[in-house]
Design a protein. Sequence first.
Length: 253
Amino acid sequence: MDGVFRALADPTRRALLDRLHGRNGQTLTELCASAGMTRQSVTQHLGVLEEANLVSTTRRGREKLHYLNPVPLHEIQDRWIEKFERPRLRTLSELRRRAEDTMPDPTFVYVTYIEAGPEQVWQALTDPELTAAYWGHRNVSTGWQAGDRWDHVRTDGSGETDGGGTVEESDPPRRLVLSWGPPDGQPGDTSRVAFDIEPWDGIVRLTVTHSDLADEAEQAGAAAGWAAVLSNLKSLLETGHPLPRAPWEMAPR
């Protein structure tokens, strides 16, 4: 938490977060242009924000995209703000919700650090029995290769699915990209989930990017769901046991 407060203490870094809040997924060139600063200066500030886990990055071809990671800010809000100002903030939040008709970029990015190897994390994302243990659904595919079908199958014995889609990219144990839609989805109902697995100082940094979400409500649902599922995944890989509760009940569908 100290690193987050240090990162937020600089007005330039706060301005960069504001720009990412306004339009998520910007390149370094775009951020430099809007900030009116040199690439070196912006790179240094982004490095501090990444170290504080306030900014996460993903690759799109040769481009490096920067995303606001809201998790540390939510922790500050829960601990230092909401419990003191809950009634007034709820009123302001409702007023803001009514005033905002559109969301610039309905993408959610979540970053977590897991004491495990990349191969273990890849297996946890693709093995039916492991996903059943921490997600409450079996992720099933014929091979987890690009173009393969995958399904999010219930563990209640019914054999019914709560959606699925196509494996768009598969680069084990580094990157997995899935299209994701409901079983009876219509055109436009499908979103996209990318899992980026990176070695990070002896552990693994897992970045989940859920894009093409329909609206702010769906983005909020994805935020709650991924926080629950990935916390359970982390617990399973680090301790051998999932969390005592069933976070998959809030999982993105």
